[in-house]
Design a protein around this ligand. Structure first.
Ligand code: HEC
Length: 192
């Protein structure tokens, strides 16, 4: 074990121990003391997504899967390809950006994603006002414009970079605004 490691393990142990000691001072947080989701970090309570919104997401998913879902794939590492090869997302966009890129098809994918992101943004502006999620939708649109530019210039590396930035916008929004509601069966909702 080198010194830096030993030092950081030691630090982790100290921080962990003081956290444990402090936790004992306080009564456990019971359900009645938990903050409701409409607390200051959110603009309002979660709402189930309308079917049109889910349809948009499924359309996104067919072009580029970003989150591993049982059965639907989406995890970049499991998308196949020889080890050490380019990491790919499942969906048509990665196929179209393969070793022999088909830029016309890439631009068709981009056109669909741009339309989807514009609709997502208008839903978040009009129906379910969420300033934070709007920013993420805008970040996705910006990355799509970069992808469009790179694909038009037949720049494969630039296109793949922009694809990763699009995926980041999808993921950031899922982390911040897609929420599992404890129902039977489990359901997702949007939190503004
Ligand atoms: C601005 C926020 C936002 C962005 C951007 C976004 N998503 Fe979503 N997505 C959501 C939310 C919220 C849900 C949960 C909706 C629900 O209640 O079913 C969701 C659900 C999904 C689902 C599950 C749909 C279903 O019903 O089975 C998939 C797949 C998905 N998103 C893929 C994507 C992909 C791929 C992208 C990017 C190309 C993307 N999303 C961009 C917010 C976003």
């Amino acid at each position: 074990m080198n010194r830096t490691w030993a030092l950081s393990c030691c630090l982790v142990a100290v921080v962990g121990l003081s956290g444990a000691l402090r936790a004992q001072d306080k009564a456990p947080v019971g359900p009645s003391r938990r903050q409701l989701l409409e607390g200051p970090q959110f603009e309002g309570p979660p709402v189930p997504a309308p079917d049109a919104f889910k349809k948009l997401m499924k359309s996104n998913d067919a072009i580029m899967s970003v989150d591993a879902q049982p059965g639907s794939g989406g995890d970049a590492a499991a998308a196949g390809g020889p080890s050490g090869a380019q990491t790919t997302f499942r969906g048509t966009l990665s196929e179209n950006l393969g070793a022999m890129p088909d830029y016309d098809k890439v631009l068709m994918n981009v056109a669909t994603l741009k339309m989807n992101f514009a609709e997502i943004e208008s839903y978040l502006t009009g129906t379910l006002k969420s300033p934070d999620a709007i920013e993420l939708a805008k970040a996705g649109t910006k990355a799509l414009l970069d992808l469009e530019k790179a694909a038009t210039a037949k720049d494969r590396i630039g296109s793949i970079r922009a694809q990763i930035a699009v995926a980041k916008a999808c993921r950031d929004c899922h982390i911040g605004h897609r929420i599992l509601v404890i129902t039977q069966p489990l359901q997702f909702s949007i939190v503004p």
